[in-house]
Design a protein around this ligand. Structure first.
Ligand code: APR
Length: 223
C-alpha cells in the first residue's frame, strides 16, 4: 500500500521545536514576516541569519520523538513518502528514507545568485559567507511569497496514495494545505492533531491528540 504522510510543525513539537501559530503569530519571539520573507532579509539580513543560526543550533540539540520513529517503522510494511512543511531533519534522523521538504531545510544553504547552488551547512551562516561565485549565501528556506519548487512532485505523490496521514499542521499555509484535495476519492485520511482543523467524516478519521500518542496508533492500524 502507498502511504503519503503530510507533516507540519506539530510532529516536531514534542522534540522541543516550537510550532508557528501556537504563540500569537510570534515564532520564538520574532515576527514571522520579518524573519521569513525576502523583504525581511533585504531589510535586515544580519537579524534573519542570526534567527536561523539559533534555529540550526537548537536543531542539533534535539532528537526525533515517538511520532517520527513510528513513521519510519511504517516503511517496513508499506511504501511511505513523507511530505513535510518542516525544515528540520528529524524524519530523516528517525530513519525515514523518502522525505520531501516543501519549505526547505535548515541544514542547507544556497547562493543568492544561483538558487540551484545548494550546500550542506551545520555551522552558523554569517554575512560574508559567499558561494563559489562570490555571492552571499542564504538559508535554504522557502520564505513567504516565494515559490514552492517541490509542490508538483508532492502533488503527484498525494495523487498516488492509498492512504493519507496528516499530522500536526494548522492547514493554514498554501499550497501545502491544499495538497490533501488531490487524494484519490477512496483514499482513507487520518488526521492527528490535538487541535484538529479538519472534522471527522466517513473518509477522515481524526485523532485529537499529540503526535507521540496518535501517530503510533495510526501506524498500528495500518500495519
Ligand atoms: N502533536 C501534534 N500536533 C501538535 C502538537 C503535538 N504535540 N502540538 C501542536 N500541534 C499542532 C497544533 O495544534 C497546530 O495545528 O501543530 C499545528 C501547528 O500549526 P502551525 O504552527 O501553523 O505549523 P504548520 O501548520 O506546520 O505551519 C505551516 O507555516 O510559518 C509557516 O513555513 C512555516 O511550514 C510552516 C507553515
Amino acid at each position: 500500500m502507498k502511504i503519503t504522510v503530510l507533516t507540519g510543525a506539530g510532529v516536531s513539537a514534542e522534540s522541543g521545536i516550537k510550532t508557528f501559530r501556537d504563540s500569537n503569530g510570534l515564532w520564538e519571539g520574532h515576527d514571522v514576516m520579518e524573519v521569513a520573507s525576502p523583504e525581511g532579509f533585504k531589510r535586515n539580513p544580519e537579524a534573519v541569519l542570526d534567527f536561523y543560526n539559533q534555529r540550526r543550533r537548537q536543531l542539533l540539540t534535539v532528537q526525533p520523538n515517538a511520532a517520527h520513529c513510528a513513521l519510519a517503522e511504517l516503511e517496513k510494511t508499506h511504501d511511505v513518502t513523507i511530505i513535510t512543511q518542516n525544515v528540520d531533519d528529524l524524519h530523516e534522523r528517525a530513519g525515514s528514507t523518502k522525505v520531501i521538504h516543501l519549505h526547505g531545510e535548515l541544514l542547507k544553504v544556497r547562493s543568492t545568485f544561483d538558487e540551484d547552488l545548494i550546500l550542506d551547512w551545520r555551522e552558523d551562516l554569517n554575512l560574508g559567507d559567499f558561494c563559489e561565485h562570490n555571492h552571499q549565501l542564504r538559508p535554504h528556506i522557502v520564505w513567504f511569497g516565494e515559490m514552492v519548487p517541490m509542490i508538483e512532485t508532492a502533488t503527484e505523490v498525494v495523487e498516488q496514495a492509498d492512504a493519507v496521514l496528516i499530522i500536526g499542521t494548522s492547514m493554514q499555509v498554501y499550497p501545502a494545505a491544499g495538497l490533501v484535495q488531490y487524494a484519490k476519492p477512496n483514499a482513507q485520511i487520518y488526521f492527528v492533531d490535538p487541535k484538529p482543523s479538519i472534522s471527522e467524516s466517513k473518509r477522515i478519521t481524526v485523532f485529537a491528540e499529540k503526535a507521540s500518542i496518535g501517530v503510533p496508533k495510526v501506524v498500528e492500524l495500518l500495519k
